[in-house]
Write a protein that binds this ligand. Structure first.
Ligand SMILES: CC(C)(COP(=O)(O)OP(=O)(O)OC[C@H]1O[C@@H](n2cnc3c(N)ncnc32)[C@H](O)[C@@H]1OP(=O)(O)O)[C@@H](O)C(=O)NCCC(=O)NCCS
Length: 272
């Protein structure tokens, strides 16, 4: 898709607004009590408006004042090469290491799968409901209060869900069959927090949610859709690739290893 990665990064930043945000030129500092890497990293999509060493020091001080590790979100091309090699070099020289390589995928709403007779029932709500939040919290640890603020903090958002199916197993019932949050921004819909209950996977629930998003986009004249997926999540990449999404660009988080854990890479006896 012919959209500049830095421009898309700013669209995506609105899709996951941090609790506290500050500007350093074109950089965006974000803090959210440690909840999610995105909510607790400086997005370096642009120029900080000052020499790099000074900008890195400002960021480090900003995070230290909040008792958070300084974490830099760098934009990469689709293959994973940083688009700002000078910043990459500066940070790696300071001992920062890359973590959580992520891929931004995009699709035209018109190319997403269509709803069919076989599609699962999908409900959409502008409000964050308790069952949706419970389903979200079932697969990741959340910081209560902060998670709700981020999930409802975009320009506008919708919460889509597939109801729980009949309990066919002796496993504990899942709160919902599948969920996804859709962040809306002029011209864009962003898919966040897509999750299908483990016992309901490979039954077309994710496809059904994406088809419902496609339908909403077409009805509301939203041409383009994005999502973020970890590069290592081959199942999700395979699934979204089959639904019309293509690799657009990437992201890397750079953080310094926690000093007190750096020497503890293997088990060793502790003696007096
Ligand atoms: C990734 C995920 C959302 C897919 O949901 P799903 O409901 O199982 O997906 P669907 O049934 O709609 O699958 C559609 C197609 O995607 C592909 N696909 C789905 N899961 C796959 C897997 N584990 N491995 C390979 N391909 C897969 C297949 O082509 C599948 O079609 P098929 O079943 O006819 O072969 C689900 O596995 C999940 O919730 N994973 C954990 C959370 C997660 O990774 N979310 C994505 C965050 S970006």
């Amino acid at each position: 898709m012919n959209v500049d990665p830095l421009a898309l990064e700013h669209v995506m930043a609105d899709g996951w607004r941090a609790v506290e945000e500050d500007r350093l030129g074109g950089w965006m500092l974000r803090a959210s009590s440690g909840f999610t890497a995105r909510g607790n990293s400086v997005l370096t999509a642009g120029s900080p408006g000052m020499p790099l060493p000074d900008a890195v020091a400002v960021v480090q001080d900003w995070y230290a004042a909040r008792e958070l590790p300084a974490r830099f979100a760098l934009v990469t091309d689709a293959a994973g090469a940083p688009t700002d090699p000078l910043l990459w070099e500066r940070l790696t020289t300071l001992g920062y290491a890359a973590d959580q390589p992520t891929l931004a995928m995009t699709a035209s709403a018109s190319e997403l799968p269509a709803l069919t007779e076989a599609s699962p029932p999908v409900r959409a709500d502008t409000r964050l409901t308790q069952p949706w939040l419970e389903a979200f919290a079932a697969y990741r640890s959340i910081v209560p209060g902060v998670a709700e603020q981020i999930l409802t903090g975009s320009m506008s958002q919708l919460f889509l869900e597939v109801p729980a199916g009949p309990d066919e197993s002796d496993q504990p019932a899942e709160p919902l069959g599948a969920i996804v949050r859709v962040a809306l921004y002029p011209g864009w819909a962003g898919l966040h927090a897509m999750w299908v209950a483990p016992q309901r996977r490979r039954q077309g629930l994710a496809t059904g949610l994406v088809a419902a998003v496609g339908q909403l986009c077409r009805e509301h004249h939203i041409p383009d859709v994005y999502l973020l997926v970890q590069r290592a999540n081959s199942a999700a990449r395979e699934a979204f690739g089959g639904m019309g999404f293509r690799d657009h660009h990437g992201q890397l988080y750079l953080q310094r290893p926690t000093p007190e854990l750096a020497g503890l890479s293997s088990a060793k006896p502790i003696s007096r």
